[in-house]
Design a protein around this ligand. Structure first.
Ligand code: PMT
Length: 335
């Protein structure tokens, strides 16, 4: 059996799987966004967020999904905006988004904060809608930041659903971003499927039940980080995430990813502790030998509050650390 290396398997993937129909249009939007930010000499971060699906049929009824609500990506995007970055937010359709995430329909439904008040002067006039007093300050903060970002055109949003859309988009977006050289940061927080069903092997219509068990053999999704770092955007500062459920595997697997892809940083997170603890695994020197790898834990306590007295989010500290490291990379020696 011959095994393909990452570059070959990525090439063979893009040679056999069709691009999403909206790709050209999406990329035209990214191109003009990047052009604008470049003119303003602004740093740009690509945040990927949410999980990818793997459809089992061409006319999709059933699919496999990857865990991720999009909290990490949406929250981090807000802190990058606060730090002065322009943000391309590439997320799974209907997963959490910056700003609106504070009023997620399931955990904090915004309709619960609105009151209907009869118009006191004219009984025939439509009633007023007001915000519950206790929620006003919080909403004002979020709305002010949201409107200011909208006005300054600092946030560009792209959506994907399945892993094929994600891979095509990531390749094309990183190729567009490569013109920014070291000023671009990749923050790859999306949870990407490891296996997929090539369209050539997919059933056209809904798989019929009643024939006993279902056996499906899937292909491996190409490891996209390698060609991205080597070819598509070689000067960017690349941060990938590693999710594990066994705490003992977190550092070894993060370290293995760093050594395999040779990028800048892996942020390891355990499924159950990810909101309070992450580990930064990075090369301290240019070499990739195990002894050159730095392991730094970042933790916040459950009752920590931020400068405005609100519950602290670990993404605030993650982004603060990354903006420092990215700046050091921009100013660092060229090889
Ligand atoms: O959204 P939340 O609910 O807040 O959850 C956030 C999170 C836990 C999902 C997030 O913090 C996280 O850990 N995301 C990465 C999950 C993961 O382990 O992904 P992975 O093992 O599939 O990929 C690891 C890295 O390799 C990723 O950065 C990915 O971009 C990259 N990858 C993955 C697959 C692939 N074929 N090629 C890749 O390059």
């Amino acid at each position: 059996m011959t095994t393909l290396d990452s570059d070959e398997s990525a090439e063979s993937y893009f040679g056999t799987q069709l691009p999403p129909p909206t790709l050209d249009q999406d990329i035209a939007g990214v191109r003009s966004f990047v052009h604008r930010q470049r003119g303003l000499n602004r740093k740009v971060v690509l945040v990927t967020s949410g999980g990818t699906t793997v459809p089992l049929e061409l006319n999709v009824v059933r699919f496999l999904d990857n865990f991720s609500a999009g909290t990490r990506g949406a929250t981090s995007a807000e802190y990058f905006l606060k730090a002065g970055y322009a943000v391309i937010f590439m997320h799974r359709q209907f997963s959490l988004q910056p700003f609106s995430r504070h009023y997620s329909h399931s955990t904090n439904p915004f309709l619960d904060f609105l009151e209907i008040e009869p118009n006191p002067d004219k009984s025939s006039a439509p009633p007023n809608i007001t915000v519950t007093r206790s929620e006003r300050d919080g909403l004002l903060d979020v709305l002010t930041a949201y409107k200011s970002v909208q006005q300054s055109g600092l946030l560009h949003t792209l959506t994907f659903v399945n892993v094929n859309e994600y891979l095509w988009l990531l390749r094309a977006v990183s190729q567009e971003l490569s013109v920014l050289g070291r000023s671009v940061l990749y923050y790859l927080a999306a949870a990407v499927s490891d296996f997929f069903l090539p369209r050539q092997k997919m059933s056209e219509h809904k798989i019929q039940s009643g024939k006993g068990s279902l056996l499906i053999e899937m292909d491996q999704v190409p490891k996209i980080l390698k060609p991205m770092i080597d070819e598509w955007s070689p000067d960017g500062f690349v941060v990938s995430f590693k999710l594990e459920t066994d705490p003992a595997l977190l550092v070894p697997k993060s370290r293995a990813a760093l050594e395999r892809y040779g990028h800048h940083l892996v942020i390891g997170n355990d499924l159950h502790r990810r909101k309070h603890e992450v580990v930064f695994v990075s090369r301290e020197h240019q070499g990739t030998a195990a002894r050159d790898v730095g392991i730094n834990w970042l933790r916040i306590s459950g009752d920590a509050v931020n400068a405005r007295g609100h519950p602290k989010e670990i993404e605030e500290d993650i982004v603060a650390e990354l903006t420092k490291r990215h700046q050091a990379w921009i100013e660092g020696p060229r090889s």
